[in-house]
Structures are given as C-alpha cells and as structure tokens.
Write a protein that binds this ligand. Structure first.
Ligand code: ADP
Length: 454
C-alpha cells in the first residue's frame, strides 16, 4: 500500500506541510518575538497610563475599590504593591497568575521609576508608580496566561486547519497527478500483450504529458513494425509456397511414370523444377542480402574505381539475356569516371536495374545506359522501351515484395529494387523512377563521387 505513488505523494506532501509549519512557527517566533513584546509593552503602557490618568482625575478615597472596579476593564491582570512590599492582585476575569515580580523591581518602581520588562525578564509586564495618601505605590500590569493560552490555541487551531484542508486538497491533487500514470501502466500492460491500439489520452503539456505523447508514438511505431513483420512473413511464405507447389507437383508427376510417357514432357517438367528451384535460391539469396544491408554492422568496403568500366562489365555480363531477346543496348559512357564506393554493392545495383530493364523490354526493344558527371555528382540513367509503370505504382516499386504487375513479373520476388534503394541510400545517393505506362521506364541513380561518411 505504502509503495503506491499515490500514497507516497500524499505522505510526502503531509510531511512537507508539517515540517514547513513547524519551521515557520519556530522561525517566525524567533524573528518576531521582540516585535510582539514591544507591541504588547506599548499596549500595556497605554493601559497603565490611562489607569493612572483616571486615578489622578478621580479623587479616590478607597484604593482597593478603585482598583477592583478598574481591573475588569482591562485584559491585563493588575498588581498593586504598597511601600512595605505588600501585594494586592486585581485579576478581573482572569485566572490567578503565579508569576513573581522580583522585590528589587518593586522597590525600583516604588521609588518613582517606570519599569518595562526586557529580555532578561521571562515575562512581559510594566510597572508604574503612583501616590495614595502620601504613600508611594507600585502598579504592575502583566500579560495574562489566559491571553497567551488563547493566542496559542488560536494559532494551533489555524495550524490544524491548514493541515486538514491541505490534506484534503492533497488527496485530490495526488489523484490528479497519478491518474495519467495509472492509465500509462494499463496501456503498457495491454501493449505487452500485443494490443497496439493503446493511445493514452492525456491533454497535459507537462512532463507526464510528454511521457504519454512518447508512449503513443512508441505504440504507433510498434504497430507499424508489427504490421511490417506480419506482411513480411506472409510475403515470404507466399513467395516460397508457389515454387514449392510447382516443384512438388511436377516431381510427383515424374514419379508416376505412366502419366509422363514422352521424353519431351519429362524434360519440360524437369526444366520447370530446375527454374523453380533457382527462383527459391534467388529469393533466399535476396533475403539474405537485404537482411545483411539492413544490419547495422554491414561491412562497407570503399575503394576508388572507374564507374564507366564497371557499367561496361555489367552490360557484358548480361549479354546472354539481352542478345537472346535481340535487344539493342546503347552505352553512352564517358571514359575514366572515378567513384569511391563499395564496388560489389554498386555492381549489384546495376545488375538488378539492367536485369529488370531486360526482363520488361520486349523482343527487339532498346535499352540505354548513360553516365554523367556534374560537380562531384555522378548520374547513371538506365532507360528501356518496356511497358512502363503506372503512376500510382511508381512510389511503391521500391517496397519489399512489391510487384507492380503480378502477371508480368511472376518470375521476380519484388526484392530487387528494395536492395537497390538500400545500397544507394547507404552510399548517400538517390534513386528515381520515371515512367509512363506503355512508353518505357528510366531509372536514374545519383551518387556522390566521394566516399560517404560512415
Ligand atoms: P522483381 O524481382 O519482381 O522485378 P523489383 O523489386 O526489381 O522486383 O521490381 C519491383 C516491380 O517494379 C516489378 O515487379 C515491376 O513490376 C516493376 N519494375 C521494375 N523495373 C521495371 C522496368 N524497368 N519496367 C517496368 N516495370 C518495372
């Protein structure tokens, strides 16, 4: 119970209030004690002066009766001493006071001096001399214990009220403080159970508000990651499932010799099995490449080489594919263009882009590769005369597993351009696809010729 934040906040607040009140009382008492004493002395002096004035103006015959009747008119207990040191107390409504005035002080006042207590005396009082029947008398006015008690009880009542009202306020205030934290705890538990729709509604602009805001952002990001993970798993499963179905189907047919009698059909079935196996192998290869590129510790082996030379080599490597389709390849590459980059990674970029261009360009079509150098930036544009990409699909072709037209590109896995994009971004470059359906596609890669900061 004591471990809950709510109880801790309430207890801390209460402790703070009590300490503050005690401290303020002690400090205030020490600071204002003298002022309070002075104030009381002044009031006492005025009261005593008034009594003496009334006494002098009235012709008093019976001192005892006079003092007895004047006593209840003032809140201060009165004591009268005669020249023998005999004391008479006139307390009025007040309780008897046990305080002893030192005889030395009584004598001092009897000799005609006005006395006012100072810090040496442990009580506030004043002494005034007067004459009655040619004899000296001393009149003392004292603070009554009743007055002091009243002030103390008033003060304590105020303290108690402060404590009481403060406690009630704190009970509500702590609830207000702790409420969003409770909501956050509940939301965190739901999040841990896999429920990502847990936006916490907090309108506050303070630290707790900021925490709730960060929590909501985190939940949103986690939801996206979870969606991506699910999509990824379903895409991978789908990409694996279709070649596996073909492989197992045709393998079964081959096993059942009666169905495949002709040599020709058997060869066709074996070709399909080989193609589908290669497709599976390419898929796992691409998945591994992408995972490796996305890992933080992916090696980046920068070296300086001629980019035009690399592009030429890639074109030569792909010759069997483009010449089989009677595609005309047009290379416009200036000589000796230096680039500092990871050569293997960049080779993969050109292989994927040229591979797509060849794949989507029809028999007898054209592909051109252009290289341009401008103020430290190298631009490689690979254009084809293929069917092009619809505008609404252009922004998505770099997503993993995205295939613009599934019927056309069933041989691909949709990972090629995702790998290209990742490598280009790692080189602090950019890739842009320009296309019009039916009029071909141009993939433009821009790269800095200097090595990127790793
Ligand atoms: P795939 O392995 O399926 O080719 P990519 O990531 O390389 O995957 O390409 C994604 C999609 O972009 C392809 O399925 C295709 O629809 C489209 N695409 C890429 N390059 C071209 C191109 N040169 N011409 C037309 N469509 C293209």
């Amino acid at each position: 119970m004591i471990k809950t934040l709510y109880v801790r906040v309430v207890l801390t607040f209460l402790a703070v209030i009590i300490i503050a009140l005690l401290g303020a009382t002690l400090l205030g008492g020490a600071l204002f004690e003298q002022d309070l004493d002075d104030l009381q002395h002044n009031e006492m002096r005025t009261a005593a002066e008034n009594i003496i004035r009334v006494y002098e103006e009235a012709t008093v015959k019976d001192l005892d009766r006079f003092m007895g009747s004047i006593g209840p008119l003032t809140t201060y207990p009165i004591r009268v001493y005669d020249d023998t040191g005999q004391m008479k107390s006139y307390l009025g409504a007040n309780r008897p006071d046990k305080f002893e005035i030192p005889p030395k002080l009584v004598q001092q006042v009897l000799s005609g001096e006005i006395y006012q207590a100072n810090e040496k005396d442990d009580k506030v009082f004043v002494g005034f001399p007067f004459q009655f029947g040619e004899k000296p008398y001393a009149m003392f006015l004292l603070t009554s214990s009743k007055n002091e008690g009243m002030i103390l009880s008033l003060f304590l009542t105020v303290l108690l009220l402060v404590l009481l009202i403060g406690s009630v306020c704190i009970l509500f205030a702590a609830g207000y403080l702790v409420k969003p934290l409770k909501a956050l705890t509940r939301a965190t538990k739901r999040l841990a159970k896999g429920d990502f729709d847990v936006a916490v509604k907090v309108m506050r602009k303070d630290e707790i508000g900021a925490l709730a805001q960060s929590f909501n952002e985190m939940a949103f990001e986690l939801k996206q990651v979870e969606t991506m993970r699910r999509d990824f798993v379903s895409n991978v499963s789908h990409e694996i499932q279709s070649p596996l179905t073909s492989i197992s189907g045709f393998a079964r047919a081959l096993k059942n010799d009666k169905l495949v009698k002709e040599e020709q059909s058997r060869d066709r079935y074996l070709d399909i099995i080989v193609t589908e196996s290669e497709r599976l192998s390419r898929l796992s290869d691409n998945l591994l490449k992408l995972a490796s590129l996305e890992s933080e510790h992916h090696p980046f082996a920068a070296s300086t080489f001629h980019l035009d030379e690399q592009l030429r080599q890639v074109a030569v490597a792909c010759e069997p594919q483009w010449s089989a389709k009677h595609i005309q390849l047009d290379l416009r590459l200036p000589d000796a263009i230096n680039i500092t980059a990871d050569a293997d990674q960049l080779r993969q970029v050109w292989l994927n882009l040229l591979g797509n261009a060849i794949k989507f360009t029809p028999e007898g079509g054209q592909i051109s590769i252009r290289l341009l150098e401008q103020r430290g930036t190298l631009t490689v544009a690979i254009s084809d005369t293929g069917p092009g990409i619809a505008p609404e699909e252009l922004s998505r072709i770099f997503d993993r597993f995205y295939k613009a037209d599934r019927s056309r590109s069933s041989s691909g896995s949709g990972l090629g351009l995702a790998i290209v994009k990742k490598i280009v971004v790692l080189h602090q470059g950019d890739i842009e696809a320009n296309s019009e359906a039916g009029r071909g596609t141009t993939m433009t890669v821009t790269l800095p010729s200097l090595p990127p900061l790793q």
